[in-house]
Design a protein around this ligand. Structure first.
Ligand SMILES: Cc1cc2nc3c(=O)[nH]c(=O)nc-3n(C[C@H](O)[C@H](O)[C@H](O)COP(=O)(O)O)c2cc1C
Length: 351
């Protein structure tokens, strides 16, 4: 059996009748499939525990997730192989806690608010893969290290150190955040996982059959960044936002790597280093994307691939063909020297 606990927030103030209706419907529906549990409402917070056979709990959860009366559903705990029910006698006991004495109500409300806030903070600092394990009821620390095939994406801003020395620290931080936001959203949108940030670098991985999506994430990021540059004022740092992406594909070690002080769920290996080298190469070839032959070969879409040349990259045993894509956003690339010239031409009174 499976047991799931979650917290969510009402989208608006619900009347007693509406809460009663949720309770009644839940009791009837859950009884039909043998799901039991409890639903608490404390001011704007719902807290629910559901237990039953895995498929039945999932079925109920699927409907609950779509319910417009609440949002921000956050799984606090998912347990598998539960042998005993906690609420065996209740198809769904729904309790409105607003009726409790003011002090008690206040305490429960603060507790739920704190749990929600803590989880939201942890969520922002945690790798998506780790969160995924946790919401599936798997302790990430117990997941064994494995060898997997991945498409690795490595992205970085051009001339970041140079620019960060010229502009106000707030503007620099704002730009890095904007860059990471655009890139990470595109990666997630197209089915990739952000593995980590290293300063202004993004490392991400995609399943081996999603090379097209990895390229799409890079091209769309470059298009978005082009728009940011075009919309920026003459003396704004955003005017000089350029970035490059390296894409490689091959075997990596995926899993928990770290120490007792800090653990990372990450990817390691020669292929990750290659993606970093390819990213550096983007400046040399004057293209926003550089990719290896295995990435090109794994694509199904008719991208306008062009051969950038044969390169013997640091850490690699042989020279290998490196490709890019003919695309207006990918071609719109500048290197360090060109950016410094642009800054000079701007005649900006920099602080
Ligand atoms: C916080 C919350 C908890 C709910 N819990 C349950 C539940 O345990 N079981 C259930 O069938 N519906 C539950 N619902 C209602 C479902 O979202 C959905 O409206 C209902 O299952 C639709 O039932 P119907 O298809 O019979 O009309 C809940 C809704 C909310 C907002």
């Amino acid at each position: 059996m499976k047991r799931i606990m979650y917290i969510s927030t009402t989208t608006r103030k619900l009347t007693d009748q509406e809460v009663e209706e949720i309770g009644q419907k839940s009791t009837i529906n859950n009884a039909k499939v043998g799901v039991t549990g409890v639903l608490l409402l404390a001011n704007e917070f719902f807290f629910q525990i559901l237990e039953g056979e895995e498929d039945d709990v999932e079925g109920v959860m699927k409907r609950i997730r779509k319910d417009p009366r609440h949002h921000g559903l956050l799984i606090l705990k998912a347990e598998h192989e539960v042998s005993q029910r906690l609420f065996g006698n209740w198809s769904m006991n729904t309790v409105r806690l607003d009726g409790m004495s003011d002090m008690l109500m206040q305490a429960v409300r603060i507790m739920l608010e704190n749990i929600t806030e803590t989880h939201r903070i942890i969520e922002r600092y945690t790798q998506p893969a780790v969160l995924q394990f946790m919401t599936e009821g798997i302790n990430p620390l117990t997941v064994p290290v494995q060898k997997t095939e991945q498409v690795i994406l490595f992205g970085d801003m051009v001339a970041f150190s140079y620019l960060s020395g010229l502009f106000a620290v707030e503007e620099v931080a704002e730009l890095v955040n904007l860059y990471l936001e655009i890139t990470s959203r595109k990666i997630a949108e197209h089915g990739g996982q952000v593995t980590k940030y290293v300063g202004d670098c993004v490392v991400a991985h995609f399943p081996p059959d999603r090379a097209d999506d990895a390229i799409r994430a890079c091209v769309e990021t470059l298009q978005k960044i082009q728009e940011v540059r075009q919309a920026a004022g003459q003396c704004r740092l955003q005017k000089y936002l350029y970035c490059g992406f390296g894409l490689s594909k091959g075997p990596v070690i995926e899993g928990n790597i770290g120490s007792s002080i800090k653990m990372d769920y990450t990817v390691l290996g020669d292929i990750v280093n290659l993606a970093a080298r390819l990213e550096s190469l983007t400046r040399e070839i004057g293209k926003g994307i550089a990719l290896s032959e295995p990435v090109r070969d794994a694509c199904h879409q008719p991208w306008n691939f062009i051969l950038a040349g044969e390169f013997h990259l640091k850490g690699q045993n042989f020279a290998q063909p490196i490709y890019s894509i003919a695309d207006p956003a990918v071609d719109d690339m500048k290197n360090y020297l060109e950016i410094s010239r642009l800054v000079g031409e701007g005649y900006c009174m920099l602080p």
